[in-house]
Ligand binder design. Structure first.
Ligand SMILES: C[S@@+](CC[C@H](N)C(=O)[O-])C[C@H]1O[C@@H](n2cnc3c(N)ncnc32)[C@H](O)[C@@H]1O
Length: 370
């Protein structure tokens, strides 16, 4: 029998949460998507995995008694980037498909000591805060201390990717008397203030060590220039940049230095009209990797050097590195499937920091208490 703590990984995608939960053994994982399932199985051959809608699972499908349950429930409906149907709507309702299983486990005396929900920051405000309140209320009513952390992958990796982690814990875990930067952001503090009093009574300001200084920048994760295909006609796409972004290119060219940037092509509404825009940054970070909803949103690499601008698509392998995934990870053969897999995923070093700083300490007393 394993003496390491055990975890379930719901909405597991390519299994990046499990890669970050070093020190825990994943004893069950699920995802309903066939491409995600293939990626999970290829990279975690020893982990029991079910390709199934969470609503299709019952507690009988779940093995043993997990110490922790992780849910990266879909974020489309609560995302700031998309329409806001809220947690009750469609796909994000999947959280409740997960929570019903937690309740079933608890009824059998198999409830996990720790539950983590990973989601987009939009969860704090979707439905005028009702979604966040509903999640925290469910956890508090189940007897957990509840707290949340806003963690940006940019503390560890060259990608700006703020995400919300709601952690529910039974027992002791590192906590502080009040909020502290950087993981308790102003918007998280505001969302806490809107919670019902009963949830505030169960609230914990989880405390994590300060993140290290990031020592990697975008250029460090990119393929050598000669190994990738560059666009023949970069001007066509550069023409989509708004004046501010054109000015950034001009400044990069003017510096006389080789300057590497990231760009994101997306549709924006300007003056009531949909327009394609290219957003460029040269701050050593990539913008948040996303799953393209339509065919047009895409991440690019822009290099300004010796008076010339070159542009190319970000590769799936580069996207994986931006998520903190090692080169040994087996990506889907199709570039678009690899980009989708990574655009949906959770950044590995963020999960690792949460695991080391909060989850493992929260589980440290589990055997004594069990
Ligand atoms: C935000 S992604 C999580 C990815 C994962 N954390 C990773 O690192 O790769 C959400 C995942 O939930 C899956 N999903 C969405 N609705 C689901 C449902 N009802 N049942 C099971 N899986 C679902 C999607 O296929 C997607 O892979």
């Amino acid at each position: 029998m394993s003496i390491r703590p055990t975890a379930y990984e719901f909405f597991a995608g390519g299994g990046l949460a499990g890669l970050g939960m070093a020190g825990l053994d994943t004893i069950f994982a699920n995802d309903m998507d066939a491409a995600k399932a293939r990626a999970f199985v290829a990279n975690h051959p020893g982990t029991p995995f079910r390709q199934v809608d969470v609503w299709g699972l019952t507690v009988e499908d779940l093995p043993g008694r997990p110490d922790l349950a992780w849910a990266s429930s879909p974020c489309q409906d609560v995302s700031l980037a998309g329409a806001r149907g809220g947690l009750e709507a469609g796909r994000s309702g999947a959280f409740w498909g997960f929570w019903r299983l937690m309740q079933g486990l608890e009824a059998e005396g198999r409830g996990p000591r720790v539950v983590v929900l990973e989601n987009v920051i939009g969860l704090l405000t979707s439905g005028q805060g009702r979604d966040f309140a509903a999640v925290c209320t469910a956890m508090a009513e189940a007897g957990y201390a509840v707290g949340a952390l806003e963690m940006d992958a940019a503390h560890w990796l060259p990608q700006s990717r703020p995400r919300l982690f709601v952690a529910a814990v039974k027992g002791e875990a590192p906590r502080a008397d009040g909020p502290s930067a950087p993981f308790h952001s102003a918007r998280l503090i505001a969302a806490h203030a809107r919670l019902p009093e009963a949830v505030k009574a169960a609230w914990a300001w989880w405390s994590l060590p300060q993140p290290p200084r990031r020592n990697l920048d975008l250029a460090a994760v990119l393929e050598p220039d000669a190994a990738v295909a560059w666009l023949d006609d970069p001007e066509a796409i550069l023409a989509l940049a708004a004046p501010l972004h054109q000015a950034r290119i001009a400044a990069a060219l003017g510096s006389g230095q080789r300057t590497v940037g990231a760009a994101y092509r997306r549709v924006r509404i300007e003056h009531g009209r949909k327009v394609q825009r290219l957003e460029i940054r040269f701050d050593g970070l990539a913008g948040c990797l996303r799953t393209p909803a339509g065919g047009s949103s895409r991440q690019y690499v822009v290099v300004c050097d010796q008076g010339r601008v070159r542009v190319r698509r970000l590769t799936g392998r580069e996207a994986a590195r931006l998520m903190g995934v090692s080169n040994a990870y087996r990506l889907p053969a199709s570039e678009s499937a690899a980009l989708k897999l990574m655009g949906d995923a959770v950044a590995v070093p963020v999960v690792r920091a949460l695991t080391e700083g909060l989850l493992l300490p929260a589980l440290a007393g589990r055997r004594a208490a069990a």
